[in-house]
Design a protein. Sequence first.
Length: 275
Amino acid sequence: MASGSDRIDEEMGRPGGDDSSFLSSPQVVRLIQKAIAEAVGTFFVIFAGCSSVAVNKIYGQVSFPGICLTWGLIVMVMVYAVGHISGAHFNPAVTITFALLRRFPFKEVTDLCTSQVPVFIISQVVGATLASYTVFVVLHTKPIHFFGTTPAGSDVQSFIVEIIISFLLMFVISGVATDNRAIGELAGMAVGATITLNVFVAGPISGASMNPARSLGPAIVMHNYKGIWVYMLGPLIGIMSGGFVYNLIRCTDKPLRELTKSGSFLKSMTRSNDR
């Protein structure tokens, strides 16, 4: 009787133990490409955004409106740069929500890579941490120049604010990037504008994280975990809620049970998943 690993080898169309053949399979190559795209995209999002915060604290040249625009612009740019490769999540909460809504595959084609979700999340956290370390080393930041997110008031106040702005972000993402009736080419601009608005509104209160990786990277590098639970739970709850609410109001001819069975962040990602 063939062992479990032998059966997997046969299904992959390679002889047992042929690691080079496995790594060169189209499914694995695509997954690696997506992971790299998420890591690089998240790196530049966090590097640009956190650099603007640190530079403003150190030199006072950027200003609060400049910080808001920087976050929005870098997200918009990176969505257009790698959205057609990985879907441009850059956010563990977005990845988890898309997976729950079946707009992102829980199960990969291969048996050895059973889910893309942890691969994406690890790539995002690694990208955010490397970007934070780069900012820390290049700008010689001190504790007073902390470029992460901490509550300005109470933890509960920031927690509620993070839920609200994260809800709005995911609601917009769902509307412009997963609905076939929307103009998909404008998704990057819409998402970037939403982030800019959210930072304007919530920046002075909670730091406007909307992304667990955005808060975790600087916290790890600078060892500042004040209120970190706010930025782990708040964005996750808000983004999941925003995605589910849009999914409920989406106009469709499909029955309710079919509402969560198609699409992805960008339409191009759907095409890549089908290949």
